[in-house]
Design a binder for this molecule. Structure first.
Ligand SMILES: Cc1cc2nc3c(=O)[nH]c(=O)nc-3n(C[C@H](O)[C@H](O)[C@H](O)COP(=O)(O)OP(=O)(O)OC[C@H]3O[C@@H](n4cnc5c(N)ncnc54)[C@H](O)[C@@H]3O)c2cc1C
Length: 388
């Protein structure tokens, strides 16, 4: 496989970098870990949109540029490298727009895709429920058909960006007799419908980037159904491959990685830079090799998508690998900082802007979100290696 970038991709990378350099230099935001999922900034999303970097791959008639998955990965890689606050448009750009394009009606494509491209629609993922995570097909939220709408009742949990989104990509049960994965339908639901309420969830880092979302007799118009009724589980399986195969699984903590590399060069112990210590040097070298391997795995998943094949196994592999890398990175940063590790940004003694403790705590969830490591290993074993 040829991993060299085309001239167009190199030019795109330069454009995105120079845009992000200007943004940071102008002090518009500060690079943060997890900003792809926790950095909510409508004006940044608008500026990215005006550059044409949302919906990059979609047909021109909907505002896209008909470029490939590798091109998009170049853009997201740079967003992550700079820790840019891209959370508002990330999900619609990564998977919901693709689902509308693949399964939606012409009316839905015309209505939603240009608005996503313009940075006006922010979509949350309404899949998981308190008793349906890995076994998503057992979800209980009900959508019962009545006249011109569906009456929706139930609860979604862990909805990323739930406090900020104006739409939710909802998976609800519409056939109550069918086997569980055959009775689920996908809906794109405006969050301002009466009966929808949200409660922020505070995670171990103190972040409120997630929500429980409740549906209490919500009248969801039939036009909100995406694709065929009762085919939602098949949609979600496809969408999850895109969710898992992205660079965010490797580079969500890139600002920490960058800071760690500076830290071992600039911090002295017994008169020598930490990086001169053979043990630290070996650990940093291992990390760098792992990072580069992870990058190749991400590009491999994108190349498979560009070939039009579902990247189920490749995306599962890269997600497991990337998650492990991020957890090792956070652990190493904490080890090297010793007692200073738990200090947050507001402490005058904090090193690396206090990024390490955030990543250390947040990274526990990385091997759960978008499919747990154990479940992904099952997919790699059965679908990839053909094990029974
Ligand atoms: C930070 C974060 C953000 C998230 N964002 C969203 C979001 O935006 N939208 C959304 O819908 N969901 C979101 N989720 C939910 C996420 O998808 C679920 O947490 C995940 O699918 C696991 O489900 P669960 O938490 O119910 O754990 P469970 O499914 O109950 O799993 C518990 C444990 O059992 C193991 N396990 C389960 N089944 C198997 C099996 N068959 N074989 C081996 N081991 C197994 C798992 O690996 C795990 O260790 C998010 C989660 C987190 C932590």
């Amino acid at each position: 496989m040829d991993f060299s970038f085309t001239a167009g991709q190199e030019a795109l990378r330069r454009d995105v970098r120079s845009f992000l350099e200007d943004e940071v230099r102008a002090g518009r935001w500060k690079p943060q870990c997890d900003a792809w999922i926790q950095g909510f900034d409508p004006s940044f999303t608008k500026r990215v949109a005006s550059r044409g970097w949302i919906g990059l791959m979609w047909p021109k008639e909907y505002g896209g540029h008909e470029r490939g998955f590798v091109d998009r990965l170049v853009v997201t890689e740079e967003m992550l490298r700079y820790g840019a606050p891209a959370a508002l448009h990330w999900f619609a750009d990564r998977q919901i727009g693709g689902s509308i394009l693949r399964f939606g009606s012409d009316a839905q494509k015309n209505e939603f895709l240009p608005r996503i491209v313009r940075g006006e629609i922010y979509v949350g993922l309404g899949m998981s429920e308190p008793e349906a995570g890995s076994d998503l097909a057992s979800l209980k939220t009900r959508a019962e058909e009545q006249d011109d709408c569906f009456i929706v009742n139930g609860q979604k949990t862990w909805t990323s960006g739930g406090s900020y989104v104006n739409y939710i990509d909802l998976f609800a049960r519409t056939d109550f007799e069918a086997v569980k994965h055959k009775g689920i339908t996908e809906f794109l639901v405006p969050m301002d419908l009466p009966g929808i309420s949200r409660i922020p969830m505070t995670d171990i880092t103190g972040t409120e980037a997630w929500n429980d979302i409740f549906f209490d007799n919500v009248r969801v118009p039939k036009e909100c159904v995406i694709g065929e009724r009762n085919k939602g589980f098949y949609h979600v399986v496809e969408e999850l491959a895109y969710e898992r195969g992205g660079m965010e699984r490797l580079m969500g903590n890139y600002p920490l990685y960058d800071a760690l590399k500076r830290f071992v060069r600039e911090t002295k112990k017994d008169g020598r830079a930490l990086i001169e210590d053979t043990h630290v040097r070996r650990l940093m070298a291992e990390l760098e090799v792992e990072f580069e391997v992870g990058r190749l795995l991400m590009y491999r998943a994108a190349a498979v998508m560009d070939e039009g094949r579902p990247p189920t196994v490749e995306a599962s592999t890269s997600k497991v690998y990337g998650t492990n890398f991020e957890q090792r990175l956070a652990n190493l940063a904490m080890d090297l900082l010793g007692p200073y590790g738990p200090l947050t940004e507001d402490s005058p003694l904090a090193a690396m802007d206090g990024l390490a403790v955030h990543s250390y705590l947040a990274s526990k969830g990385y091997s759960l979100q978008a499919g747990s490591t154990e479940v992904l290993k099952n997919i790699i074993a059965t679908r990839g290696l053909g094990l029974k």
